[in-house]
Design a protein around this ligand. Sequence first.
Ligand SMILES: [Fe+2]
Length: 199
Amino acid sequence: MQNIARLRDFVQAFTRLIDEAADDQARVMDSGEVLLADLIRHDDWLPEAYSQPGLTEYRQYLLHCDPLERFSIVSFVWGPGQSTPIHDHGVWGIIGVLRGLERCEEFAPDPQTGKLLALGTHELHPGSIDLVSPRIGDIHRVSNGLNDAPSISIHVYGTNIGTHSRHIYDPNTSSQHHFVSGYSNEEIINLWNYSDTDS
Ligand SMILES: [Fe+2]
Protein backbone atom coordinates (compact mmCIF):
# COMPACT_ATOMS: atom_id res chain seq x y z
CA MET A 1 0.00 0.00 0.00
CA GLN A 2 1.27 3.47 -0.80
CA ASN A 3 0.54 5.68 2.14
CA ILE A 4 1.01 8.92 0.24
CA ALA A 5 -0.51 10.80 3.20
CA ARG A 6 2.93 10.55 4.84
CA LEU A 7 4.45 12.66 2.05
CA ARG A 8 1.51 15.07 2.09
CA ASP A 9 1.88 15.54 5.85
CA PHE A 10 5.62 16.12 5.40
CA VAL A 11 5.06 18.73 2.68
CA GLN A 12 2.59 20.58 4.90
CA ALA A 13 4.83 20.43 7.99
CA PHE A 14 7.91 21.56 6.06
CA THR A 15 5.97 24.42 4.48
CA ARG A 16 4.92 25.60 7.95
CA LEU A 17 8.53 25.37 9.11
CA ILE A 18 9.76 27.46 6.18
CA ASP A 19 6.97 29.99 6.72
CA GLU A 20 8.11 30.40 10.33
CA ALA A 21 11.88 30.08 10.05
CA ALA A 22 13.07 30.58 6.47
CA ASP A 23 15.74 33.06 7.58
CA ASP A 24 17.00 30.86 10.42
CA GLN A 25 18.95 28.15 8.63
CA ALA A 26 20.03 26.40 11.83
CA ARG A 27 16.42 26.07 12.95
CA VAL A 28 15.30 24.88 9.51
CA MET A 29 17.98 22.18 9.51
CA ASP A 30 17.36 21.12 13.12
CA SER A 31 13.59 20.94 12.83
CA GLY A 32 13.72 19.71 9.24
CA GLU A 33 15.92 16.80 10.29
CA VAL A 34 13.28 15.72 12.80
CA LEU A 35 10.53 15.95 10.18
CA LEU A 36 12.55 14.00 7.59
CA ALA A 37 13.50 11.31 10.14
CA ASP A 38 9.79 10.84 10.78
CA LEU A 39 9.03 10.56 7.03
CA ILE A 40 11.70 7.91 6.34
CA ARG A 41 10.82 5.88 9.42
CA HIS A 42 8.29 4.09 7.19
CA ASP A 43 8.98 2.73 3.71
CA ASP A 44 5.40 2.40 2.47
CA TRP A 45 4.68 5.67 0.72
CA LEU A 46 7.07 6.30 -2.20
CA PRO A 47 5.30 5.42 -5.48
CA GLU A 48 7.03 2.85 -7.68
CA ALA A 49 7.53 5.36 -10.49
CA TYR A 50 9.74 7.44 -8.19
CA SER A 51 11.83 4.54 -6.90
CA GLN A 52 13.24 3.18 -10.18
CA PRO A 53 16.99 3.38 -10.88
CA GLY A 54 18.19 4.24 -14.35
CA LEU A 55 19.85 1.56 -16.48
CA THR A 56 23.24 3.25 -16.38
CA GLU A 57 22.91 6.28 -14.10
CA TYR A 58 21.24 7.25 -10.86
CA ARG A 59 17.91 9.06 -11.00
CA GLN A 60 16.58 12.11 -9.18
CA TYR A 61 12.82 12.47 -9.05
CA LEU A 62 11.21 15.71 -7.91
CA LEU A 63 8.52 14.81 -5.36
CA HIS A 64 7.50 18.36 -4.46
CA CYS A 65 8.68 21.92 -5.05
CA ASP A 66 7.49 24.72 -2.81
CA PRO A 67 5.43 27.16 -4.95
CA LEU A 68 7.87 29.93 -4.01
CA GLU A 69 10.87 27.59 -4.62
CA ARG A 70 12.02 27.99 -1.00
CA PHE A 71 12.59 24.22 -0.78
CA SER A 72 12.31 21.07 -2.88
CA ILE A 73 11.96 17.37 -2.06
CA VAL A 74 13.68 14.81 -4.27
CA SER A 75 14.01 11.00 -4.25
CA PHE A 76 17.46 9.86 -5.35
CA VAL A 77 17.70 6.29 -6.62
CA TRP A 78 20.99 4.48 -7.21
CA GLY A 79 21.19 1.11 -8.93
CA PRO A 80 24.05 -1.29 -8.14
CA GLY A 81 27.38 0.26 -9.07
CA GLN A 82 25.91 3.74 -9.58
CA SER A 83 27.39 6.90 -8.12
CA THR A 84 27.11 10.67 -8.31
CA PRO A 85 30.08 12.71 -9.48
CA ILE A 86 31.85 14.73 -6.78
CA HIS A 87 29.57 17.74 -6.43
CA ASP A 88 28.46 20.59 -4.22
CA HIS A 89 25.00 22.03 -3.50
CA GLY A 90 25.43 25.72 -2.62
CA VAL A 91 22.42 25.57 -0.28
CA TRP A 92 21.41 23.63 2.82
CA GLY A 93 20.36 20.05 2.28
CA ILE A 94 18.89 17.34 4.52
CA ILE A 95 19.31 13.75 3.31
CA GLY A 96 17.50 10.73 4.73
CA VAL A 97 18.03 7.14 3.60
CA LEU A 98 14.79 5.28 2.90
CA ARG A 99 16.05 1.97 1.48
CA GLY A 100 19.32 0.12 0.93
CA LEU A 101 22.73 1.47 1.88
CA GLU A 102 24.49 4.63 0.75
CA ARG A 103 28.19 5.42 0.84
CA CYS A 104 29.13 9.08 1.19
CA GLU A 105 32.66 10.37 0.54
CA GLU A 106 33.30 13.89 1.81
CA PHE A 107 35.73 16.39 0.29
CA ALA A 108 36.91 19.94 0.92
CA PRO A 109 39.33 22.22 -0.92
CA ASP A 110 42.73 22.65 0.68
CA PRO A 111 42.76 26.31 1.82
CA GLN A 112 46.38 26.70 0.69
CA THR A 113 46.38 25.00 -2.69
CA GLY A 114 42.70 24.69 -3.60
CA LYS A 115 43.31 21.00 -4.28
CA LEU A 116 40.42 18.76 -3.32
CA LEU A 117 41.09 16.77 -0.14
CA ALA A 118 39.30 13.54 0.77
CA LEU A 119 38.01 13.93 4.32
CA GLY A 120 36.55 10.48 4.87
CA THR A 121 33.76 8.08 4.03
CA HIS A 122 30.68 7.12 5.98
CA GLU A 123 27.80 4.75 5.34
CA LEU A 124 24.15 5.61 5.74
CA HIS A 125 21.55 2.98 6.58
CA PRO A 126 17.75 3.32 6.35
CA GLY A 127 16.64 5.93 8.87
CA SER A 128 20.02 7.73 8.81
CA ILE A 129 20.15 11.47 8.20
CA ASP A 130 23.01 13.43 6.63
CA LEU A 131 23.36 17.20 6.38
CA VAL A 132 25.14 19.41 3.84
CA SER A 133 25.56 23.14 3.45
CA PRO A 134 28.30 25.59 2.49
CA ARG A 135 28.70 26.29 6.23
CA ILE A 136 29.10 22.70 7.52
CA GLY A 137 30.56 20.94 4.47
CA ASP A 138 29.09 20.81 1.02
CA ILE A 139 31.19 18.63 -1.32
CA HIS A 140 30.64 14.90 -1.57
CA ARG A 141 30.20 11.85 -3.76
CA VAL A 142 27.37 9.44 -2.99
CA SER A 143 27.21 5.86 -4.23
CA ASN A 144 25.10 2.77 -3.76
CA GLY A 145 26.59 0.58 -1.02
CA LEU A 146 24.70 -2.50 -2.27
CA ASN A 147 25.76 -4.68 -5.18
CA ASP A 148 22.42 -6.37 -5.70
CA ALA A 149 19.65 -3.84 -5.06
CA PRO A 150 18.81 -0.16 -5.46
CA SER A 151 19.34 2.34 -2.67
CA ILE A 152 17.01 5.30 -2.20
CA SER A 153 17.25 8.49 -0.18
CA ILE A 154 14.93 11.45 0.24
CA HIS A 155 16.57 14.87 0.00
CA VAL A 156 15.26 18.30 0.98
CA TYR A 157 17.13 21.37 -0.30
CA GLY A 158 16.76 25.07 0.35
CA THR A 159 15.88 25.92 -3.24
CA ASN A 160 14.50 24.32 -6.40
CA ILE A 161 17.63 22.19 -6.56
CA GLY A 162 17.13 20.85 -10.09
CA THR A 163 17.39 24.36 -11.51
CA HIS A 164 20.21 25.54 -9.25
CA SER A 165 23.64 26.17 -10.79
CA ARG A 166 26.37 24.36 -8.79
CA HIS A 167 29.64 22.50 -9.39
CA ILE A 168 31.06 19.12 -10.34
CA TYR A 169 34.70 18.46 -9.37
CA ASP A 170 37.32 16.39 -11.16
CA PRO A 171 38.97 14.12 -8.52
CA ASN A 172 42.28 14.09 -10.41
CA THR A 173 42.75 17.76 -11.23
CA SER A 174 40.38 19.36 -8.62
CA SER A 175 39.03 21.49 -11.47
CA GLN A 176 35.36 22.34 -11.29
CA HIS A 177 32.64 23.17 -13.73
CA HIS A 178 29.06 24.41 -13.41
CA PHE A 179 26.16 22.03 -13.76
CA VAL A 180 22.40 22.11 -13.37
CA SER A 181 21.06 18.69 -12.46
CA GLY A 182 17.47 18.91 -13.70
CA TYR A 183 15.06 16.14 -12.72
CA SER A 184 14.38 12.65 -14.10
CA ASN A 185 10.59 13.06 -14.07
CA GLU A 186 8.16 15.26 -15.99
CA GLU A 187 5.13 14.50 -13.81
CA ILE A 188 4.56 15.13 -10.12
CA ILE A 189 2.78 12.92 -7.59
CA ASN A 190 -0.81 13.92 -6.91
CA LEU A 191 -0.78 14.45 -3.14
CA TRP A 192 -4.25 15.93 -3.02
CA ASN A 193 -6.62 13.15 -4.02
CA TYR A 194 -8.23 12.67 -0.63
CA SER A 195 -10.84 10.36 -2.17
CA ASP A 196 -8.14 7.70 -2.65
CA THR A 197 -8.78 5.22 0.17
CA ASP A 198 -5.02 4.55 0.46
CA SER A 199 -4.39 8.22 1.09
FE1 LIG B 1 24.70 15.68 -2.91
